[in-house]
Design a protein around this ligand. Structure first.
Ligand SMILES: [Zn+2]
Length: 79
């Protein structure tokens, strides 16, 4: 859990960095997370990475399943 503190831009009281409402002046706080700013500046990059990962995972998964079907059956478990 991130427990970093920041100052409220309205009343300058010390509040948690991931707070969405100031507990002193009850104002809505602007999203102040650097990760979100990075994502919004390059929205295509995480999307591309996610789709590439998905395609890769699907390919690996389907190929391993194919190998499982064509290869040795694993269900011969005699006790
Ligand atoms: Zn405040």
């Amino acid at each position: 859990m991130d427990r970093k503190k920041q100052n409220c831009p309205y009343c300058q009281e010390s509040i948690y960095a991931n707070a969405i409402v100031c507990r002193y002046c009850s104002r809505d706080l602007p999203p102040n997370i650097p990760h979100l700013e990075y994502q919004s500046s390059t929205p295509w990059l995480p999307l591309l990475l996610t789709s590439a990962l998905l395609i890769g995972a699907t390919a690996i998964f389907s190929s391993s399943r194919m190998r499982d079907r064509l290869g040795l059956p694993h269900r011969k478990t005699r006790s």
